[in-house]
Ligand binder design. Sequence first.
Ligand SMILES: [Zn+2]
Length: 306
Amino acid sequence: MYRYSSLGLAAAVFFVSISGYAAKELNSFQAKTDRKYPEVIKYLETLESSFPGTCKRVVIGKSDSGVNIEGIRIGSGPVKAMIVAAHHGNEYGSTEVALAAATEFSARPMPNHTVFVIPVLNIGGYNSRNREEKSPAGSHDPNRDYPGPCGSDSEFALKSTRALAEFMDREGVVSSATLHTYYPAVVYPWGFATHDLTTEYQKEFEDLVRAGASESRYETGNSTNVIYPANGTFEDYAFWKSGVWSLLYELGFSHYPSVSQIEEMVRVNVPGLRAQMEIAPKTRASKHAFTGRCDDGLRLLDRRDE
Ligand SMILES: [Zn+2]
């Protein structure tokens, strides 16, 4: 179990709901604030050896630093879901929640689903606690590095973002959650610089964010309305390009959560991630094109801090 000290009834309910959690190996999961990438990989190895037949490590691709971007595949069902954390290297709390989610999904695999968890996309940034990631051409914000209908800072200037996009398509991922800190909120597309924020699937996305925030009670809604407009993000790209049911989680209340704050982020968000994947449509959306108008003036509102 996680080392919870000050949790009440809600925590007890959570534990009851994941009683499969008893595997002794899981006692070794402990939220940390100073984890580095080698320890992340070590943890994935522990999961793989603790749940043989359920978990298998996967390589997404190579980062600009030359290090393999790794994740873990959990289960073998036909419906593919994906959780990715640490697009922003300083947001270590997102990685902890991803590792906890990987643990929980491993102990209780979702029927008919395969869940991929990629705990760190931006490895260089994660190890140095920097938001951006370095490439030979300079530093880039990975979550402004995806193509989009209204432009972006850059398009796949980083190997990591391209690798994630290609992995998503190669695997036929249907729903995704990208984890960041902090707001707190769970939001849906569109999140780029436009006043035309509505997709063809308003109702579906409303249901998805409600599920995602079912325990956390985080604020929910459209990404731009709740947070701020940002061009070139993964969450928009995944839906716009491929019709992936894509949500953004802005976890917790700080970029520097303590161990106990991380434990709380885990407690309230892991059930939401499962709920999101459970109710998500089992095929990609077909009407995912953006048909509105871009408004470049709104790009000035991108605060680049979440
Ligand atoms: Zn972020």
